[in-house]
Every structure is written in C-alpha cells, then in structure tokens.
Design a protein around this ligand. Structure first.
Ligand code: ZN
Length: 301
C-alpha cells in the first residue's frame, strides 16, 4: 500500500505539503520513514511537553502495540510506526491500523497529554496574533508568523557570524586532525590489547566524530570544507597511527623499519587497506553527525 493510498483510507488531508488529520484534538502527521532500504508508514504527534519513557510504555500497553516511540531526540514528539503496511496488504491490517490510531489519540487524551497548540517559539498566547500551523524542522507545528520570522533572522545571523570566521580554518583543521589522531590511537590500543587484534569497523566511526567535535571547538565555519577536512584528517590520522604501531612492532625485529615494511609488504598493505575500508564504514555510520553544517538551523524553516 502506498502512503497516499493509506492517507486516503485513514482520511488524512494535504495541507502545506503535509498529510494531516485531526483526531480527538490532536494534529496527526502522516509520513514515510526510511530505515536503510526499508520504508515504513509512520504517524507523528507533537505534544506540548516532554514525556517520560514510562509514559510511552503505558501508551503502548493501552493501545496494544510496541511501535510507539519518541521521534528522534525529541521527548515531546511521538511516532507510531506501522511495519507492515507497504506492499500488498490485507484489508483487516489497514482497518486495524486506522483503529489503532484512533485508540492512540484517545489514550493520549485520557492520560492528559496535550497536543502542541502554543507557538513553538514563544510558547505564549498573543492578543493580536493567532498561531498558524506550518513547517518547522519537517514537522507541522503551531507558530506565530512574527516569532517565526524573528527566529529565522536569528538563525541566519548566527550562520553568517560563523561564516565570517574564516581565519579560524587552520586552527579548526589542526584540531580535527588532533581529535582524529587521539580517537585512532584509542582504537589501535583497544585493537591490540583488548580485542586481541580483531578490528571493529563500528569503532572507526569514532575517528570522524572526534574530528567533527574538535573542528567545532576551533569555531571555523561548518560547511563543505569542514566535511572534506574531517575525512582527510581521519584518513591521515588513522594511517599515521598504523605506521607508528608498525614501527613499534618492527623494533622487536633485528632490521631497519624500511626492511621490515618490505619484508611484510603484503601484510602491511592488507592491513592499511583494511584500515581505510573500516574508516570508510566509520564515515558512513557517522555521516549524519559529521555533516551537521552551520546552515542546519536555517534549513529548519
Ligand atoms: Zn510566538
């Protein structure tokens, strides 16, 4: 079943590019969630305050599902995930999903968890201005037009301020390298002394992440140059650490470092290839973090 077909069946309406339905006083937002190669139909609801994990558990129990969770980092946005609605779907599954949605909002109401209805920027009522629903960060949320403009201006100013910090590039790039170096050192120490020589690709995600936070400390603009710097710093740092470790190992043999490398050419090249492959996987895993550029706040509008 396609998203748009489910939207029709469950009576969602298109508003400003969103698929929206009001149910028991809640604004439900229908969306598609991509996890790797798999897509799910999800419904999001924004509450007016953060709720607890225990409350989420209680909601799941009362609705009779396990698929309601926090959406991302926000403890006030709930996501109801429908696992088996894509592809050919039996009629009763669709009906059950629609029933569950209705139960979901009834449970929220019974638990006194309220829909986000106040301006997300000022959180207050204004006598002379109504809140209107619209996009913010991919969600359909209430906002005053004046508050929205104010927040947007602020976000743009912050981005421009950071973009003018070009003289900090050398410091930030150096810090990125330092961060990557320390992370690579820790990973190598763990690989040799804790994991008995087994390399874990997931551990290599630490290298670009450390480089990202170190770069950020230097306060240079976070843009495409940053992403390139982080990847380059990560590659140089991991290879350098490998060479240092190889050098230490070579000391145990009665030959020069160059001779040691030539003698073990196949093993050394294999090892370096493996390191770069694992680092590439690490970059892929950490992609959402290391590509957090300084226009991310502006792009929310
Ligand atoms: Zn406001």
């Amino acid at each position: 079943m396609k998203l748009i077909d489910f939207a029709k069946r469950a009576q969602f309406e298109e508003k400003q590019g969103f698929l929206i339905k009001e149910s028991n006083g809640y604004n439900l937002l229908l969306n598609e969630l991509q996890v790797g190669y798999v897509s799910y139909i999800v419904v999001l609801v924004c509450l007016d305050k953060a709720i607890t994990k225990e409350q989420v558990k209680e909601i799941n129990q009362k609705v009779g599902t396990k698929r309601i969770s926090f959406s991302g980092k926000s403890n006030s946005v709930l996501m109801f995930q429908f696992d088996d609605l894509f592809g050919p779907v039996k009629e009763e599954k669709v009906n059950k999903a629609i029933d569950n949605l209705s139960t979901f909002t009834q449970v929220l109401a019974a638990m006194n968890l309220n829909n986000q209805s106040k301006c997300i920027f000022c959180g207050q009522d204004k006598e002379d201005e109504d809140v209107i629903f619209g996009n913010y960060n991919g969600l359909y949320l209430p906002q005053h037009e004046s508050c929205r403009q104010q927040a947007k201006t602020k976000a743009v100013a912050k981005m421009n301020q950071e973009n003018s910090n070009t003289k900090m590039y050398p410091i930030s790039i150096l810090l990125a390298f330092g961060g990557a170096f320390i992370a690579a050192l820790i990973i190598n120490i763990l690989t040799y002394f804790v994991f008995d020589g087994t390399m874990y690709a997931i551990a290599y995600a630490l290298v670009p992440i450390a480089a990202f936070f170190a770069y950020k400390l230097g306060k240079a603009p976070r843009n495409k140059k940053m992403i390139v710097s982080i990847i380059a710093a990560s590659a140089v740092a991991t290879l350098l650490i490998d060479i240092i470790f190889l050098y230490i190992v070579s000391l145990g043999y009665n030959m020069s470092f160059i001779d040691f490398l030539i003698e073990n050419k196949t093993a050394v090249l294999g090892n370096e290839g493996m390191t770069l492959l694992f680092l590439a996987i690490g970059v892929w895993i950490s992609w959402n973090i290391i590509t957090k550029t300084n226009d991310s706040d502006v792009r929310k509008f």
